[in-house]
Design a binder for this molecule. Structure first.
Ligand SMILES: [Fe+2]
Length: 239
């Protein structure tokens, strides 16, 4: 089971800002990491006769949470996240498309802003059935899940590990991209002091499923000049 689930993890890219949603379906249940609305994902869930969905969040930024109300409407859904994701003070800011709209505005993509704001009118989408403070382990369909609070990029940022091999890093580790520490409530000091040393402990045989960009193995990443790089300089971008 452990060896085979990796190639069944589906990735769906949020069309507005290229964030990744990951889905694994088994026995009419699905594990969804960082949801957004996706017709393609919906088709996959229906093909797999999914009835129950467990959503896990790598963090509380809009591009990683925006699909929660949609999943709740269409599936029997349970959300699990670090408790800071529910903080009303930060949710007021992150629970709406404003920040994504600002990034799109910087890029001059004004049509996309109109589409985004029409598709996501809801302002406070994070609600959760279960939260954790430091860490939480749970079983899902015979798989082992470990969630671990790792604030820096955002207050609720967490690592999510599946079967100790598949590691969902959210925006704490994006290959070939400088870490983004300029959001409101990012903590740069915590990121360099705690997050980077923890990320460097991830075993090289692990597969990294980042919040943006492509899946890679930890063995392909080098930490140099304060970022995790695959060695292909031409691919470096800033998120
Ligand atoms: Fe983020």
């Amino acid at each position: 089971m452990e060896e085979s689930c990796g190639n069944r993890i589906q990735r769906y890219v949020f069309p507005y800002i290229d964030s990744n949603m990951y889905i694994l379906a088994e026995n009419k249940e699905a594990l969804v990491i960082d949801p957004h609305i996706s017709a393609e994902a919906d088709r996959y869930l229906r093909e797999n006769q999914v009835e129950k969905v467990t959503i896990l969040l790598t963090h509380e930024h809009f591009d990683h949470i925006s699909g929660i109300p949609w999943f709740r409407k269409h599936y029997d859904t349970k959300v699990i996240c670090q408790q800071e994701a529910l903080n009303p003070r930060t949710q007021k800011h992150f629970g709406r498309p404003l920040v994504v709209s600002l990034i799109l505005s910087d890029r001059g993509e004004h049509e996309k802003i109109k589409e985004l704001e029409a598709e996501y009118p809801s302002k406070h989408p994070i609600t959760a059935e279960q939260t954790y403070q430091e860490a939480m382990d749970l079983a899902w369909q015979g798989h082992f899940l470990h969630m671990e609070h790792l604030p820096g990029h955002s207050p609720a940022s967490s690592l999510i590990m599946l079967d100790r091999r598949h590691v969902f890093t959210g925006d704490s580790l994006i290959p070939d991209a400088e870490p983004t520490l300029r959001w409101p409530w990012s903590e740069e000091g915590l990121y360099w002091e705690k997050v980077v040393p923890r990320l460097l402990q991830i075993p090289e045989e692990c597969i990294i499923y980042p919040g943006h960009r492509n899946i890679t193995e930890m063995r392909n990443l080098k930490y140099e000049n304060n970022m995790f790089v695959t060695g292909d300089i031409d691919k470096r971008i800033e998120i």
